[in-house]
Design a protein around this ligand. Structure first.
Ligand SMILES: [Zn+2]
Ligand SMILES: [Zn+2]
Length: 139
C-alpha cells in the first residue's frame, strides 16, 4: 500500500492478529476496514456495522489540515473527529475503505493515553487504545 501523504511504500505491522499499514517516513497509519472489522469483533462487538455507520457517515469536521487521498480508491477522504478531549481529526474514506491517522495524530493519541488510559466505553476509544498499544514506544 502506498502512503497517502508521502507516496512511499508502507510496511505491514501485525499486532494481535490485526494488520496495520504503517509509513516509516511520516509515521502515519492506515487502518483498513477489513482489519478494523476483525478488531471490533475481537473486542466482542458482534456487529461492527454501527461503528462503521457512525464513523463513515459522520459530519465532516472543520479542519485546516490538508485533504488526503484514500490509498485504495484515490478519492479525497473526509475529516472526522474521533475520541474525547482533546479531539483528534482523522481521515476516512467515504467509500468505507478505512481510516487514516497522520503520524502526529498517533503520537498525540499515545501522549494522551500515557497520562491516563481512557475507559473503553465505546468502540472509538477501543480503536484509539489499540493504536496506543501498537505504537507504545515510538522512536
Ligand atoms: Zn508517509
Ligand atoms: Zn477509498
Amino acid at each position: 500500500m502506498i502512503c497517502p501523504v508521502c507516496k512511499c511504500d508502507m510496511i505491514v505491522v501485525e499486532y494481535h492478529n490485526i494488520e496495520l499499514d504503517y509509513c516509516n517516513s511520516c509515521k502515519g497509519v492506515w487502518f483498513d476496514s477489513g482489519e478494523l472489522e476483525l478488531f471490533l469483533k475481537s473486542q466482542g462487538l458482534e456487529e461492527p456495522k454501527e461503528f462503521f455507520d457512525d464513523i463513515f457517515t459522520s459530519q465532516e469536521a472543520i479542519s485546516s489540515e490538508k485533504k488526503r487521498n484514500c490509498p485504495i480508491c484515490s478519492r479525497k477522504m473526509k475529516k472526522v473527529a474521533i475520541g474525547g478531549q482533546p479531539e483528534n481529526i482523522i481521515d476516512v474514506c467515504s467509500d468505507k475503505h478505512g481510516l487514516w491517522f497522520d503520524g502526529g495524530e498517533v503520537t498525540q493519541l499515545i501522549r494522551h493515553l500515557a497520562g491516563e488510559r481512557p475507559p473503553k466505553q465505546d468502540s472509538k476509544e477501543q480503536v484509539i487504545s489499540f493504536l496506543g498499544e501498537v505504537f507504545e514506544a515510538p522512536e
